[in-house]
Unconditional design. Structure first.
Length: 264
């Protein structure tokens, strides 16, 4: 879709060359969502692709995924067999029900920063205890945990002019077992509930999403009692209620998905 209201298009190769951030400015990543519907409030697009943050790097203690990494690279990268948790990346991309063209262009950072309640990558990053490096226009950085990044529907902790630089996942967490469950009325519909469970046979990290406004982390210390404990804890969560499904229905389907995670 054309965006005829855009007055300026910037493509910096260094974030510090960007002038002061103004009203009506937006970062452009892959653009698969940005160009899918009218954006009448936008005047300036700042293209992130020329910042070249698409790398996947193995560091001493972390897996680093650049914000402009295309989703297709998560599927094609030669992950070590012992990194069983990377199956969660593949499940998250598959859950988009997107065309190959979209997967080749859409970015990891764009998927996370759009902060939809039905976002597919965010719950995986929360389950794996990832951290996000955030930059401002001065090139200064700060780290936040993935679980604290998204505040609600299309709402994050990012301040005007800030941008997600990369995702950092502890290498030890890549050896965890991960189970990604999703429920929707039809395969191509947005999810009504998503549950991602990561476990190292002792600790259990459960993330519920799509049924709530932002990914919520629920933790257990004992695998055997985890299903009951997690399902009981759902009574304390604030589930979405809209024309697609009631809060009660979403809670019940989230409980079903939790059971599936432990039965598979």
């Amino acid at each position: 879709m054309d965006l005829p209201n855009i007055e300026t298009y910037l493509r910096p190769d260094n974030i510090q060359t960007i002038p002061n951030w103004g009203e009506g400015w937006a970062w452009l990543a892959g653009g698969t969502w940005l160009f899918s519907e009218p954006q009448p409030h936008l005047k300036v697009l700042v293209d992130t692709q020329y910042l070249r943050w698409s790398e996947i790097e193995i560091q001493a203690d972390y897996l680093s995924i650049g914000a402009t990494c295309a989703l297709i690279k998560l599927l094609e990268y030669p992950w070590l067999a012992e990194w069983t948790a990377t199956a969660g990346f593949k499940s998250a991309v598959a859950a988009l029900a997107a065309s190959l063209k979209v997967i080749n262009i859409a970015t990891v950072g764009g998927n996370i920063c759009l902060a939809l309640s039905v976002g597919t990558l965010a719950p995986v990053m929360v389950a794996l205890n990832a951290s996000y490096e955030i930059l401002n226009l001065k090139g200064e950085s700060r780290l936040v945990t993935a679980k604290d990044f998204q505040l609600g529907f299309k709402k994050t902790i990012l301040q005007p002019g800030e941008i997600l630089r990369r995702i950092l996942i502890p290498l030890s967490n890549l050896k965890w077992t991960i189970n990604y469950q999703r429920f929707s009325i039809a395969a191509t519909d947005p999810a009504l509930a998503i549950v991602v469970i990561a476990s190292n046979h002792q600790q259990v990290r459960c993330v519920i999403s799509a049924s709530v406004a932002a990914p919520r982390l629920l933790e257990c210390e004992h695998v055997k009692t985890a299903p009951t404990q997690l399902i009981n804890s759902l009574e304390n969560e604030d589930f979405i209620e809209d024309s697609r499904a009631s809060a009660t229905y979403r809670r019940e389907m989230t409980a079903v998905l939790i059971k599936r995670c432990f039965n598979n």
